[in-house]
Design a protein around this ligand. Structure first.
Ligand code: S3P
Length: 177
């Protein structure tokens, strides 16, 4: 298979988007509705290393985490399921090349102010990139990633103010899984 061809046989939806865009939340709902497993790349990395995301960033650095993301994504290419990714999965060129092989890659968009509010409220998930940057720097990270998400997405769905169940229905309708 050439790397530009997407695998159309697999029952798989990959969810991408910035931190706080709702990938895991809607991923759970999609998994339930479609009776597919929910696979969360952050959780897989945490399990593999037996450490939390903040510990991994602190002890091994961001680049190591990105390498783990690439490895985990590669291991999922033939696994049916709803794949919720970390917001930085698009940063490496090699990971973007992996992503364009997946048949369905849904990019969830949310405006910046709402993302920041959600991230601040989410005490369960500590995001090192949010904690270690000023809001202006974080905005620059957000802006710099938009073209990267767009370059690998097959579908773009806005998710600023939607209820999770209707968002999941919208995704299913749009991607036709
Ligand atoms: C990151 C997003 C996080 C997690 C890590 C880095 C990022 O996942 O992978 O903190 O660089 O955008 P969520 O998008 O689920 O918050």
């Amino acid at each position: 298979m050439k790397f530009t061809e997407r695998n159309s046989q697999m029952k798989q939806i990959v969810l991408i988007g910035f931190m706080g865009a709702g990938k895991t939340t809607v991923g759970k709902e999609l998994a339930k509705k479609l009776q597919l497993p929910l696979i969360d790349t952050d959780s897989l990395i945490e399990e593999r290393l037996d450490k939390s995301i903040p510990e991994i960033f602190e002890q091994y650095g961001e680049e190591y985490f990105r390498e783990m993301e690439a490895q985990v994504l590669e291991s999922l290419k033939n696994v049916p399921g709803i794949i919720a990714t970390g917001g930085g999965i698009v940063l490496k060129e090699s990971t973007r090349r992996q992503l364009i092989k997946f048949n369905t890659v849904v990019y969830l968009t949310v405006d910046f102010d709402n993302l920041v509010n959600r991230i601040k409220k989410d005490e369960e998930n500590q995001r090192p990139l949010f904690l270690n940057h000023s809001e202006q720097e974080f905005f620059e990270i957000y802006q710099s990633r938009i073209p990267l998400y767009e370059s690998v997405a097959t579908t773009v769905i806005e998710n600023t103010a939607k209820k999770v169940a209707s968002l999941a229905d919208e995704i299913i309708k749009k991607v036709g899984v």
